[in-house]
Design a binder for this molecule. Structure first.
Ligand code: NAP
Length: 258
């Protein structure tokens, strides 16, 4: 996998950084996208290099069309091709507001970053992938969407987040169908509760739910590395006859239990 090249959105911190690091351990080159935290992105790049990979950092807001175009152009200029796109960048609502109170501003922000951005970025990258020659395994590329257990779990204090993540799950199916015969497989990874900056504000709540009440059969917080390992398996083509597949990386949260 020496020349394997990936573009990972939101790779400066959290889950995206975990994905970039695991890809680096497999020897990949990674375009580390970030929105504003250049320091964190530079740190992530240093860790990627230490782990055996290489790459560069690229600022860009996935919600902005010109930024998406620049990110893709820079990645192609640096690497020559994009073997893997990981749509990881995402945000939670700034305030958790009841369904009957939440506002349009929050909805529009989440829609733009968590769904519209990944859709049009995937469109751009898929067009590039279609121009690429197939690799030794016959693949032109792969796309991975990082969704959430919120795809099917109703949380009435962040309904906007749940709705756009559900949209991202459908987006996986659409791209999988469209690209299935072109050597481009598309996957959804559905993380459970993962310890990152996004969940640091609700740490006590989830400590109780996970460690005391056993909300997940595997009684621990997820780590960015847990998601990274799943993405690496996809990058290494462990699932060549699967597309549109959903991977629950959630400690068993999705099980109905009695
Ligand atoms: P995080 O720790 O808050 O990190 C967010 C990352 O996304 C950062 O790298 C950030 O860049 C980047 N980002 C934010 N807005 C962006 C934008 N408009 N354009 C480009 N990059 C942007 O979040 P996380 O917990 O790692 O979450 C990553 C993904 O996993 C999200 O899609 C989230 O919904 C999903 N997820 C998380 C959990 C969880 O429990 N943590 C569970 C399920 C799903 P900067 O560093 O520049 O700000």
């Amino acid at each position: 996998m020496e020349r394997f090249s990936a573009l990972v959105t939101g790779a400066s911190r959290g889950i995206g950084r975990g994905i970039a690091l695991e890809l680096a351990r497999a020897g990949c080159r990674v375009a580390i996208n970030y929105a504003g935290n250049a320091e964190a992105a530079a740190e992530a790049l240093g860790l990627v290099r230490e782990a055996g990979g290489d790459g560069f950092t690229v600022q860009g807001d996935v919600a902005v069309a010109a930024d998406r175009e620049r990110m893709v152009a820079e990645t192609v200029a640096q690497f020559g091709r994009i073997d893997l796109l990981v749509n990881n960048a995402g945000v939670a609502p700034k305030v958790r507001a009841d369904l009957l109170e939440s506002g349009e501003e929050s909805f529009d922000r989440l829609y733009a970053i968590n769904l519209k951005g990944p859709f049009f970025l995937s469109q751009l990258v898929a067009r590039k992938m279609l121009e690429q020659a197939p690799d030794a395994g016959g693949m032109r590329g792969r796309i991975v969407n990082i969704t959430s257990i919120s795809v099917y779990t109703a949380s009435i204090n962040r309904g906007d987040y749940c709705m756009v993540k559900a949209g991202l799950a459908m987006m996986t199916k659409l791209f999988a169908d469209r690209l299935g015969n072109d050597g481009i497989n598309v996957y959804e990874i559905r993380p459970g509760v993962i310890a990152t900056d996004m969940t640091s504000g609700v740490k006590e709540k989830y400590d109780k739910l996970i460690l005391e009440q056993g909300i997940t059969p595997i009684r621990r917080w997820g780590k960015p590395d847990d998601i990274g390992r799943a993405v690496r398996a996809i990058a290494e083509d462990r699932f060549p006859f699967s597309t549109g597949a959903v991977f629950d990386v959630d400690g068993g949260f999705h099980l109905h239990r009695l």
